[in-house]
Ligand binder design. Structure first.
Ligand SMILES: NC(=O)C1=CN([C@@H]2O[C@H](COP(=O)(O)OP(=O)(O)OC[C@H]3O[C@@H](n4cnc5c(N)ncnc54)[C@H](OP(=O)(O)O)[C@@H]3O)[C@@H](O)[C@H]2O)C=CC1
Ligand SMILES: O=C([O-])CC(=O)C(=O)O
Length: 265
């Protein structure tokens, strides 16, 4: 049973792989408290295609989308898109659900949207994406000083078109660490690939103190993220393997369900 009577208006920004997972879940009845009203993408054709499949409005720009007064705008686009839309969305009275959490590594941007959300009485919800366990990570961070890290293993093909890729990774016989540093440097080097590192940092020790190790494993399919937090009394390990990034789209569905459920996680 839901908490509210009228359906909440939902809009999607970014009509690619993950945005479509949310729309499909809505169509399949997993989000009955919501009405999918609008979508927007960089390429109008992507928005039109999603809108045709799910019978919502393809918007030409953000202004047109916000005129429909969505209650929740799901961002499934890019960290750059988050910077373009966040303040306008919140100022228009909508809540924001983010997947491209890497945008929040920019401390001044984070402070601005925090202030904007507060001023407008709205919230920015961070989807758990390809990882999770934010509840226990945040809890551990409250209890004492902590050390936090995330170690990721990926197949080399998913590192193509990044500064660390080289052909010899494809048939390397051993695991190769291609990045070691903090979450701030990680997202600067891989702007769309390590949202998980920034999300981990926000939940734990912050972008400067959270250690990130990215490893290439030839022949490996999918991603494995191992988050570790050590405090005085607790040792937390959250390890998530996913064959594709679909888990991130589904995490938005779970989040939207949680927002309206009488029993909330
Ligand atoms: N938090 C997490 O754990 C994870 C986060 N992500 C992030 O989620 C986001 C979406 O991923 P995914 O669906 O796989 O990516 P896709 O590339 O499949 O889809 C992204 C869509 O957004 C559109 N888009 C890009 N920039 C903008 C913009 N400025 N304004 C509006 N639309 C835009 C794209 O372009 P077009 O309209 O041209 O088609 C495309 O349709 C990415 O930023 C990715 O990094 C992904 C996995 C895990
Ligand atoms: O899908 C993943 O494993 C992680 C990812 O793309 C991200 O953090 O942006």
């Amino acid at each position: 049973m839901s908490l509210q009577r009228r359906k909440l208006k939902l809009a999607i920004v970014g009509c690619g792989f993950l945005g479509r997972i949310v729309a499909e879940a809505w169509k399949n009845g997993l989000l009955p408290e919501y009405e999918l009203v609008a979508c927007l993408s960089r390429n109008p054709e992507s928005a039109r295609s999603l809108a045709d499949s799910y019978k919502c409005k393809a918007c030409a720009d953000l202004g047109e989308l916000l005129e429909l007064a969505p209650d929740y705008v799901v961002e499934a686009a890019s960290p750059g898109a988050v910077k373009e839309i966040a303040e306008a969305v919140l100022s228009a009275g909508a809540n924001l659900v983010l997947l491209s959490i890497g945008a929040l590594a920019d401390a001044s941007f984070l402070a601005r949207i925090e202030a904007c959300a507060r001023a407008n009485g709205r919230r920015v919800h961070l989807a758990s994406g390809a990882i999770g366990g934010f509840d226990v990570l945040r809890t551990a961070a409250l209890m004492s000083a902590i050390e936090a890290s995330i170690t990721t293993e990926k197949g080399p093909n998913s590192l193509r078109n990044t500064a660390v890729f080289s052909e010899d990774l494809l048939d390397a016989s051993d695991k190769r660490e291609v990045f070691s540093g903090n979450a701030r440097d990680a997202i600067a080097l891989f702007p769309t690939k390590v949202n998980v590192a920034v999300a981990t940092a926000l939940a734990t020790a912050g972008a400067d103190a959270t250690r990130v190790s990215i490893n290439s494993v030839a022949g490996f399919k999918g991603d494995d993220h191992r988050i570790e937090v050590r405090g005085e009394e607790v040792h937390v390990v959250v390890d998530i393997y996913s064959r594709t990034s679909a888990i991130a789209g589904w995490s938005v569905v779970a989040l939207l369900q949680n927002l309206v459920s009488p029993i909330a996680f």
